[in-house]
Design a protein around this ligand. Structure first.
Ligand code: AMP
Ligand code: MG
Length: 400
């Protein structure tokens, strides 16, 4: 059995980025940049005032107080077109062009005004000015690919006048739930059937990660039906199944995908929850076979599917990053599988984190996972740990 880290690097190495497309800036949130866009305008585009006040020439006020006469006004969008001469000042507002001849802005709090005469009470030569291109110049590279775009990146690209962008295509992820007992939410069901938690959860996970979920529904534990769906799913960018992947007589996913020509990478990993986890390729399409238990399926999604979708979008596909937290309760020594314990987080006054494992660690318990905030990572063979010790945790916020 391979380790989680080995499996993660096999998944990462087994996936290559898909193609790119052009999108408008307004549609680019959460997309992964596939170019290094440069600025089509400088920011600021002109030398402007950083405050409301008066544009002056510092040498005209060698000592304070000093007086100047106001000859006009420069507001954002309405620059003063004339030239300031000695002894003159221009009323100016934040973002307005600095008039020609001025080199300093005196804030309005440091000025007394009487008609068109101002008395300057304080001056710091050169202050309150934003020089042209202080932020970036025309032609400067604004961002480097690959990068998942957030609001702050979009703001920067807008300021640089980049209304369209080259981004990685959204990967189409085929999702197949398997099991004779599984029906979709809201479907008629017999007393022996249960509702698919995995289909909707995995679809949401894929969407949140920037992919397009293509839910192929529920397939019975039937070799022919599973083989047919494997064939049908080949045109996706990634195939994800849930259930039917362990070693029971009715676990037919491996057999069916073998029939369809699966080149298997691994089929079992040393982790809990989620020992049965399959990865391979059908022709060139990567395939992840997740365990059926809903908690196992989602923990495996976090550790393997998320990085796989990232990788398809040109990102490195790194494993999610752990943080350190203080244990809120004792935990037992761990055995031969890396354990991901469901836990609640609390933020202490100094900002540090405490992670307390919850009682219900059974891999079928969706309520327990939904009400957890983090997974405490217990390495293989970790000794018992006491309350107060530091442990690595994977916060779920924003990920699951
Ligand atoms: P399996 O891996 O097929 O043996 O399934 C393991 C457990 O997960 C069984 O109790 C299944 O009923 C359950 N299970 C499988 N698929 C789903 C699903 N889509 N939603 C909820 N539970 C599931
Ligand atoms: Mg099953």
């Amino acid at each position: 059995m391979i380790s989680v880290a080995q499996a993660q690097s096999l998944v990462r190495d087994g996936i290559t980025p898909i193609g790119t497309e052009t999108v408008s800036l307004s549609d680019s949130l959460n997309r992964v940049l596939a170019e290094n866009p440069d600025a089509r305008i400088a920011h600021p585009a002109h030398t402007v005032s950083a405050m409301d006040g008066y544009a002056v020439r510092a040498e005209n006020i060698p000592t304070v107080p000093g007086t100047l006469s106001v000859i006009g006004e420069s507001a954002a969008g309405h620059p003063f077109e004339g030239k300031m001469e000695d002894g003159q000042a221009v009323r100016i507002f934040t973002g307005a062009h600095l008039p020609s001849g001025a080199d300093t802005v005196v804030i309005q709090e440091d000025v007394d005004r009487d008609g068109d005469t101002i008395t300057v009470k304080e001056i710091e030569p050169g202050r309150h000015i934003r020089p042209k291109a202080q932020d970036f110049n025309i032609g400067d590279t604004l961002l480097i690919s690959p990068l998942r775009l957030s609001a702050r990146h979009i703001g920067l690209l807008a300021a640089g006048d980049r209304p369209w962008l080259q981004v990685y295509r959204r990967p189409r992820v085929a999702i197949v739930s398997t099991g004779d007992e599984i029906v979709l939410p809201g479907e008629p069901r017999s007393s022996s059937q249960i509702v698919s938690a995995n289909g909707p959860a995995l679809s949401s996970f894929v969407k949140a990660r920037g992919g397009v979920p293509v839910h192929l529904g529920v397939v019975k534990d039937d070799e022919d039906a599973l083989t047919a769906i494997a064939e049908a799913a080949k045109s996706a960018d990634l195939i994800v199944t849930s259930g039917g992947v362990s070693v029971g007589d009715r676990d037919l996913v491996r057999k069916a995908f073998d029939n369809a020509g699966l080149d298997v990478g691994f089929h079992k990993i040393a982790m809990r929850p989620g020992k049965p986890l399959m990865f391979g390729h059908l022709d060139d399409t990567p395939m992840l076979g997740l365990p059926g238990n809903p908690v196992s399926a989602l923990v495996c999604a976090l550790l393997f599917l998320g990085p796989a979708i990232d990788r398809l979008q040109g990102l490195p596909g790194d494993a999610p990053i752990t943080r350190l937290a203080t244990l809120g309760a004792d935990v037992n020594a761990n055995g031969g599988r890396e354990d991901y314990m469901r836990a609640v987080l609390s933020h202490d006054e100094d900002g540090s984190l405490t992670a307390t494992p919850i009682f219900a660690q059974d891999s079928s318990m969706m309520g327990a996972l939904a009400n957890s905030d983090a997974l405490i990572v217990r390495p293989i063979g970790a000794p018992a740990s006491k309350l107060g010790e530091a442990v690595p945790v994977l916060p779920l916020d924003g990920l699951l």
